[in-house]
Write a protein that binds this ligand. Structure first.
Ligand code: MC0
Length: 148
């Protein structure tokens, strides 16, 4: 069951400048930063709020580390902006399978590693009314941290 907005992914050309915009304009601070080699991004997670399922909602700022990555290709075509929406679930495997059974293309056979050791998969934007959609199960430690 999808129980929250886990994050909104925002593609940017310059991660440090974009982080500074969100800090100076809204007061949002960086909760976590990492490079995800497999996904081809450097990313910053800005924690916006906790949620009633014990998780949290983030803005995820994404800078490509390779031009041929998903975010690099998307930026070249569209410029900066909202890249994807991610829903949180306690069971990414079960939810992905149930959604696949409804005829929506799930991009990975098995969930892969996402931010903060979460497990993630994606739904094809062409099957989701133009929205690249991600499903996320947080790592247990991340849920505990977010609850504090
Ligand atoms: C592509 N399209 C999108 C889109 N990306 N539509 C809406 N939102 C997006 N973000 C559209 C294109 O405009 C195009 O439409 C069609 O989909 C095919 O796109 P393409 O440019 O030819 O690119 P493909 O087909 O090679 O790849 C698209 C696909 C890919 C969605 C399969 O980007 C992908 O595998 N994404 C999942 C992984 C990902 O995005 N990783 C980065 C975030 P037209 O009409 O022109 O044909 S990593 C992340 O978020 C992690 C770290 C985390 O959360 O923890």
């Amino acid at each position: 069951m999808l129980t929250r907005i886990d994050h909104i992914g925002i593609a940017c050309f310059d991660l440090d400048a974009t982080v500074e915009f969100y800090r100076a304009t809204y007061g949002f601070e960086v909760h976590h930063c990492e490079v995800n080699e497999e996904q081809g991004v450097r990313e910053a997670m800005l924690r916006i709020n906790g949620t009633d399922d014990g998780g949290a909602t983030y803005l995820q700022l994404l800078e490509p580390i390779r031009e041929d990555s998903a975010v690099g290709k998307w930026l070249a075509k569209n410029g900066e902006g909202v890249h994807h929406v991610a829903f949180g679930t306690a069971d990414v495997d079960g939810d992905a399978e149930a959604i696949r059974d409804k005829g929506v293309r799930v991009l990975y056979e098995q969930p892969r590693r996402g931010s903060m050791d979460s497990r993630i998969t994606f739904l094809h934007p062409k099957d989701c009314h133009g929205v690249l959609t991600e499903l996320v199960t947080s790592a247990p430690a991340a849920e505990e941290d977010a609850g504090h």
